[in-house]
Write a protein that binds this ligand. Structure first.
Ligand code: AHR
Length: 529
């Protein structure tokens, strides 16, 4: 009641009418409830996903120590520098469906002696195994990120997964540690996150939820000592999968209690459930929109599908609330992003161009993740370099930062900050059969006390006159940056000035109330102090 009241009073402010307006526009109001702080926004929401697929690893990350492309021990310096700049916290590897065909022993030891395999998940391309466990760990360390390893369930075994974790983490004096040292790394690594299978309903074993849940229990019994365990994903809105998984695998058998340490028995066996969900234009995997040259109807359907992320998290969270009322178990949104029609000549490389539409999808999705920070504790963009909705595209020695990269850059201040609830009052955006909220917002307060607000205007034609009220906090200054362009498919090109590089945004502050114009189809981030 109090909130509605505040909004009405806010609406009546005389200077709203004098807000700058160019062409068609709508009015929007955002209320930031700084007096109702929520959960911490886990930096791992900004995590990435990398798979041996197309040019994602080979060329995108790994060029080899003898390459003329500047590298450190075979890993591209330009890619590492770009990822460090936006503080990428975590990289999931080696797949994806590739992980379900991966045998880690093929990719350790002297590179020249590693067997050459076939990437049966992706186009039967030759897998040189040049980039293996040591190269991945070197890469994440160079980036300053944490590792997240997905172990093979479909064609692997608990024993193989356990041996891999022992190899990675065993003390230097042990047999596994000595083998690791012979291969160049004496000190044990830490593996904070382990994924048990990938899409085990599909490429990861074609399993039923019941069967997977039982297999999961077996993996837990050998992997629990090594890291936090992430169960294989529900396919998007497959709530029955999550329900079955939580019912069968969240807790140990009660009968097991007396024979095991009580404190272990009481811990959930799942640290995070996971969800995979991709945006395309509409809901049909078979009819993908082109990455560029698409229609406004395609834009609208892409945004409508992206908004479904919100409902999906809410419904998976509701199941968690019932099975885990203490809130111990998180959600890892382990694969997300836009999936457009790919190169007909090499469809399995999943290379696609990245435009303003991808930036708006990224901003909207990250806002949704943040607004569910109490449960969403990790997410992984698919995929970091040269594959699907990438942050970075490379062309031999050249590198391009995508519009999606710029969104991750602008959103950095949210990482690790405290979520502040937001209320958005704005008209819907409608196009043909689509009718969705035109605006999304998410706010947080960092350790220095500054409030960061990210605002996405989804409407491709109308700018928004936005008024912001902050309850329980009096901002005196505001700075803003924005990503926008005239064309829906505006995009950067190698070697050309970037039309989507974040620009500064005019923001006014008057007696604690903030106003700015959010251009049509834009992602804006404001810092209030
Ligand atoms: O990201 C590409 C593929 O999409 C992954 O390998 C798989 O997990 C998903 O279906």
């Amino acid at each position: 009641m109090k909130t509605i009241h505040a909004l009405v009073a806010f609406c009546g402010m005389a200077w709203l009418a004098s807000s700058p307006s160019h062409g068609e526009s709508f009015d929007a109001r955002i209320t930031i409830q700084a007096d109702r702080p929520g959960a911490m926004i886990d930096p791992n929401i900004y995590g990435q996903f990398v798979e041996h697929l197309g040019r994602g690893v080979y060329e995108g990350i790994w060029v080899g120590p003898d390459s003329p492309i500047p590298n450190t021990r075979g890993i591209r310096n330009d890619v590492v520098a770009a990822l460090r700049k936006i503080h990428i916290p975590l990289v999931r590897w080696p797949g994806g469906c590739f992980a379900e065909n991966y045998h880690w022993r093929d990719a350790i030891g002297p590179r020249a002696q590693r067997p050459r395999g076939v990437n049966t998940a992706w186009g039967d391309e030759v897998e040189t195994n040049e980039f293996g466990t040591h190269e991945y760990m070197d890469f994440v360390e160079q980036v300053g990120a944490q590792p997240f390893i997905s172990v093979n369930v479909a064609s692997g075994s608990p024993a193989e997964a356990q041996a891999w974790m022992q190899y990675l983490t065993a003390p230097a004096g042990s047999g596994a540690g000595q083998e690791r040292a012979r291969n160049g790394h004496t000190e044990p690594w830490k593996i904070p996150f382990i994924g048990i299978g990938n899409e085990t309903w599909g490429c990861g074993g074609n399993m039923t939820a019941e069967y997977y849940s039982d297999i999961y229990r077996q993996y837990v019994s050998v992997l629990k000592p090594y890291g936090r365990l992430i169960a294989s994903d529900a396919n998007s809105d497959d709530y029955a999968w999550t329900e079955t998984l939580l019912g069968r695998a969240l807790h140990r058998h009660p009968a097991d209690m007396p024979t095991t340490l009580a404190y272990i028995s009481k811990q959930p066996q799942i640290d995070m459930i996971s969800v995979h969900f991709y945006t395309f234009s509409g809901n049909d995997w078979g009819k993908k929109s082109s990455a560029i040259g698409f229609s406004q109807a395609d834009w609208a359907r892409s945004m409508e599908r992206t908004w479904k992320t919100d409902e999906m998290i809410a419904r998976h969270s509701a199941l968690l609330d019932r099975h885990d009322p203490e809130g111990k178990v998180g959600i890892s949104f382990s694969e997300w992003g836009a999936w457009w029609a790919t190169d007909k000549n090499r469809p399995s490389n999943l290379f696609q161009l990245n435009t303003l539409r991808d930036a708006v999808i990224a901003g909207l999705t990250l806002n949704i993740f943040q607004n569910h920070a109490a449960r969403v504790r990790m997410a992984n963009l698919a995929q970091m370099v040269n594959v699907l909705q990438a942050l970075i595209l490379t062309n031999k020695e050249k590198l391009l930062l995508t519009p999606t990269y710029h969104v991750f850059d602008l959103y950095q201040d949210h990482q690790g900050a405290t979520l502040l609830p937001t209320l958005v009052a704005a008209p819907n955006y409608s196009s043909e059969a689509v009718k969705i909220p035109s605006m999304s917002a998410s706010a947080s307060r960092n350790a220095r006390g500054a409030v960061t607000l990210s605002v996405v205007n989804i409407d491709p034609s109308r700018e928004a006159n936005v008024l912001i009220e902050v309850q329980g906090y009096l901002p005196r200054t505001a700075q803003g940056r924005v990503i926008s362009a005239t064309a829906m498919d505006a995009r950067p090109e190698f070697g050309q000035p970037d039309p989507l590089a974040p620009a500064s945004l005019r923001v006014t502050v008057r007696r604690g109330t903030i106003a700015f114009v959010a251009p049509a189809k834009s992602v804006a981030v404001l810092v209030l102090q």
